[in-house]
Design a protein around this ligand. Structure first.
Ligand code: TRH
Length: 389
C-alpha cells in the first residue's frame, strides 16, 4: 500500500551530521516521492547552518516542501501530538515523545515505525538491517533500517538528479563561476584543489608542512570551523584569521578559509576539487558521489570503535579493483589521518599524491557500483510500503 506522509524525528547530538542526513532525506521524500513530510528537530540553530532560511525562533515553518517543527527532546518535556503520518522515522535511535507513541498506537492504521541507523561498512550491517523489535507495551513494531555499502543494507542517500546535476556543473563555466563567487575566491591555475572538512586533527600540521614544501602548488579550501582554526594557528595567525575570506600562503600552499555553504551547494565544492577531505557521515557519502579521491576523518568514538568502521570501509574500497599500491596508499593515509597507532605518525602525502590518478579511477568505479544498491530513500519507501497493514 502506498505511503503518502512521513514524520521524521531528529535530535542533534553534535555537529551537523544528524540534521544533515534528516534534512536530505526529508527533502527527497517530499520532492521525489510526493510525501507530506514533517521534520521534527530539537536544534534549529544547527539546522540553520545548512539551510539559512530556517528561523530558529519559529516553532513551525515550511522549507523545500517540508514542514519543519521544533520539538523539545529533553526527557519529560511536554509534547502536543498531532495525528501521526503513515511513516514515522526516529533518526539515530532518538526517543520519540511518549504522547506521540501513544497516538501512533491508537491510530486506526498504525504507522510504519523506522529507526534509521548510523552508516557503517561493517559486515554485520546486512544481518541487522530490517530486523524488527516489538514495543514492550504498545501494539507497535519498530524496524531497524541501516544505510550501507553492501547488498542487504538500505544503501546510501542519493538524489535521482544528482548525476545529471554534477555533469551539468562540470560542463558549465557559469555554474562554476557562481560557486567560486559564493566561496569568495577563484581557482588558482595549475594548483591541485583540495577541500578540507575535518575535526581538529593532530595530523593536520604535518600535512600542511608537506603541502608547503612540496613541488605541486596546493589550493586548500577549508570551511570555517575547527580545521580552519587549527590551520590558521599553524600559520601563526590569530584565531580571527580563520574567518571566511582569509587567504594564507607559505611555500607551495595557499590555504583559503571559505564560508560554510548551504547543503545543496556543498556538493558543488566537492565536484570542483581534485581531492576531498570529509568527515562524519553525510559529507563522506557525498564525496563518494563526487567520484574524486577522498580522505575520511571518521567521527571519533569511545574505545576507538571508529577504527573498526574505518577499516571496514577501506577494505570495501580496496576490493573494488583498485591497484594494490593505490589501495595501500589510501589505507596508510587514512590511518595516519585518523590517529592510528600508539604514536600517531604523519600522513605520507607524497605517497598518496603519486596514486591520485589510480585513486580517481577507483573512486569512480566504486561509486558506480554503489549506485546499484539503489538510493536509500527509494529503498526505504519500498520497504515501508511492503509493511503497511
Ligand atoms: O558534522 P559532522 O561531523 O556530523 C557528525 C556525523 O554525522 C557523525 O556520524 C555523527 O555521529 C555526529 O555528527 C553527531 O559531519 P557530516 O555527517 O558530514 O555532516 C556535515 C553536514 O554539513 C553535511 O550534511 C554536509 C553539510 N555541509 C554544508 O551544508 N555546508 C558546508 O559548507 C559543509 C562543509 C558541510
Amino acid at each position: 500500500m502506498p505511503i503518502q506522509s512521513c514524520d521524521i524525528f531528529c535530535t542533534v547530538v553534535d555537529n551537523f551530521g544528524d540534521i544533515g542526513v534528516c534534512w536530505r532525506l526529508a527533502r527527497q521524500l517530499s520532492q521525489e516521492h510526493g510525501h507530506a513530510v514533517r521534520l521534527w528537530v530539537d536544534d534549529l540553530g544547527s539546522f540553520a547552518r545548512l539551510a539559512p532560511e530556517i528561523d530558529p525562533a519559529r516553532a513551525c515553518q515550511h522549507l523545500g516542501g517540508v514542514e519543519v517543527r521544533r520539538w523539545d527532546a529533553s526527557p519529560g518535556a511536554s509534547f502536543e501530538p498531532l495525528p501521526p503520518h503513515d511513516l514515522v522515522i526516529e533518526a539515530f535511535a532518538c526517543h520519540l515523545p511518549e504522547p506521540f507513541l501513544a497516538a501512533m498506537a491508537a491510530a486506526p492504521r498504525p504507522p510504519v515505525w523506522i529507526n534509521l541507523e548510523y552508516l557503517s561498512a561493517e559486515a554485520w550491517v546486512s544481518e541487522h538491517h530490517a530486523l524488527s523489535s516489538p514495543h514492550p507495551k504498545l501494539p507497535l513494531v519498530k524496524y531497524f533500517f541501516f544505510p550501507g555499502f553492501a547488498h542487504g543494507t538500505g544503501g546510501l542517500l542519493r538524489e535521482s538528479m544528482l548525476g545529471a546535476q554534477r555533469e551539468a556543473f562540470l560542463s558549465s563555466r557559469a555554474a562554476q563561476s557562481t560557486l567560486w563567487y559564493r566561496l569568495g575566491t577563484q581557482p588558482l591555475p595549475d594548483a591541485l584543489r583540495v577541500s578540507l572538512f575535518a575535526y581538529t586533527n593532530p595530523a593536520l600540521p604535518a600535512l600542511l608542512a608537506q603541502w608547503r614544501d612540496g613541488a605541486t602548488p596546493v589550493q586548500c579550501l577549508v570551511p570555517q570551523g575547527p580545521a580552519a582554526q587549527q590551520a590558521a594557528a599553524w600559520f601563526g595567525g590569530p584565531a580571527a584569521q580563520a574567518a571566511p575570506g582569509t587567504t594564507l600562503t607559505q611555500g607551495s600552499l595557499t590555504l583559503q578559509v571559505i564560508p560554510f555553504v548551504r547543503q545543496e551547494n556543498y556538493d558543488e565544492l566537492l565536484w570542483a576539487c581534485d581531492v576531498n577531505f570529509v568527515r562524519g557521515e553525510d559529507s563522506c557519502v557525498r564525496a563518494h558521489w563526487a567520484a574524486r579521491p577522498m580522505v575520511w576523518h571518521i567521527y571519533p568514538q569511545d574505545d576507538v570503535a571508529h577504527h573498526v568502521k574505518l577499516d571496514a570501509w577501506l577494505e570495501r574500497f580496496s576490493r573494488c579493483g583498485v591497484p594494490p599500491e593505490a589501495a595501500q596508499a589510501m589505507t596508510a593515509f587514512c590511518h595516519a589521518w585518523n590517529g592510528y597507532g600508539a604514536t600517531p605518525h604523519a600522513p605520507d602525502w607524497a605517497q598518496f599524491h603519486a596514486q591520485l590518478p589510480a585513486l580517481a579511477t577507483a573512486m569512480d568505479r566504486w561509486q558506480r557500483q554503489l549506485q546499484h544498491l539503489g538510493d536509500l530513500a527509494a529503498n526505504l519507501v519500498a520497504f515501508c510500503e511492503n509493511r503497511v497493514k
